[in-house]
Design a protein around this ligand. Structure first.
Ligand code: SF4
Length: 388
């Protein structure tokens, strides 16, 4: 089957019927720490409550079936899963997968299972757990969309790290490249360990609005990531990027400068954590002093380990920044010092501040600044000068 691109997606995806007012969302947890669930319920824009209360104009109300958040339990909780797996739910649904897909064949060799939910009776009439991976394959065929939430579900994540005793993989690994949902979508991937909650809920609502014929076609990259969320690197949105540019680097954790030399992979990692923050616009790795360890990337964790060591290639790039940045930074400091003075203070040769003594520029600094200004305003009029 040919790979799907955005144009084909628009053609192949059917839309939800106009009169659909409710869409079911089934949360299935594989090898996970539940961090993605915690992240999702922390979302604010939109919140899980916005989705489940149907308060977003044009979007169908979401009926959430979550093993931790549900108020019902036992067979009354499992029944909608069973109906959805048979294609008999009678309403459109999406599945949200959290955690890696573990090799249940391995567990079965010793009579166990890795992760599961509910049970079926075996040939002896004994209840046997239904593995999470089995739920995913059973339900994916009928789902309007399959959304992998978090790095374990999107790429395999920590359970699939070197050694990988459970032979873990991703939802894409399980369903294969030819998988398409009932409405024509390949697996949608929202990586992050854990992803920001808003990245989860925003993607869900974007997909629902599109499938409902109201929203524009959301753009996904070749790995099924929402392109508008994962198209840029951490570094480009980092509040410390100015320090990087001027060649100023943190020597230890807690320093305010760029964290690249204490292990930040931000220049190559695709993630919007710095712009979006962790919860409600607050926090976010570099914003609170943590170097990026690449948790949204398919190579995580092995390709980024050992953590908190200077990433390869940094010696070249940070030393280039040191050389060019120290020159540019010093020129900026010169301009900054002159812009911190009024014309009157310059004329008087004194800053009348009661807060502290402001040193007058030395003769050498005045000469350097004069020459630099000539260069700065070579092709543009100096502010306050008469335009000829
Ligand atoms: Fe880039 Fe990381 Fe430095 Fe931020 S802390 S500027 S992301 S290298």
């Amino acid at each position: 089957m040919a790979k799907l691109n955005v144009a084909m997606l628009a053609q192949t995806s059917a839309l939800l019927p106009d009169n659909i007012e409710e869409v079911h969302a089934f949360w299935i947890a594989g090898g996970s720490c539940d961090g993605c669930s915690i992240a999702a319920v922390g979302a604010t824009s939109p919140s899980v409550e916005d989705l489940t209360n149907g308060t977003i104009p044009g979007a169908p109300k979401v009926i959430l079936h979550h093993p931790v958040l549900a108020v019902n339990a036992g067979e009354s909780f499992m029944e909608p899963f069973r109906l959805a797996a048979k294609g008999e739910l009678g309403a459109p649904f999406v599945i949200l997968c959290e955690g890696s897909i573990m090799d249940e064949g391995l567990a079965a060799e010793t009579g166990g299972y890795w992760s599961g939910m509910g049970s079926d009776l075996d040939e002896n009439g004994d209840p046997q757990p239904i593995p999470s991976s089995s739920w995913v394959t059973r339900m994916a065929e009928h789902a309007a969309a399959v959304i992998a939430v978090g790095t374990c579900a999107t790429w395999g994540g920590i359970p699939a790290a070197a050694g990988n005793p459970t032979n873990s993989g991703s939802v894409m690994d399980l369903l294969g490249e030819d998988y398409r949902s009932s409405l024509g979508l390949p697996v949608v991937n929202i990586p992050g360990c854990a992803p920001q909650g808003d990245n989860i809920t925003e993607t869900i609502i974007a997909v629902l609005l599109f499938l409902h014929g109201i929203g524009p076609l959301p753009e996904f990259d070749e790995l099924g990531r929402p392109a508008w969320l994962f198209g840029e690197t951490v570094h480009r949105g980092c509040t410390r990027a100015g320090y990087y540019e001027e060649g100023e680097f943190a020597k230890q954790h807690g320093d305010k400068e760029c964290l690249v030399e204490v292990g930040c992979w931000g220049p190559v990692v695709q993630c919007n954590i710095n712009q979006r923050g962790a919860i409600n616009g607050m926090g976010g790795c570099m914003n609170v002093g943590a170097p990026c360890i690449g948790c949204t990337m398919p190579g995580f964790p092995d390709s980024f380990a050992p953590f908190y060591q200077t990433p390869p290639g940094t010696v070249v790039s940070s030393n280039i920044s040191r050389v060019t940045g120290s020159l540019v930074g010093n020129l900026r400091k010169m301009t900054q010092a002159s812009q911190n003075r009024t014309n009157k203070w310059n004329k008087d040769g004194n800053v009348p501040s009661g807060w502290g003594h402001v040193a007058e520029p030395s003769v050498l600094e005045k000469v350097a600044h004069f020459a630099y200004e000539k260069l700065q305003f070579k092709n543009s009029p100096k502010p306050g000068s008469k335009v000829k």
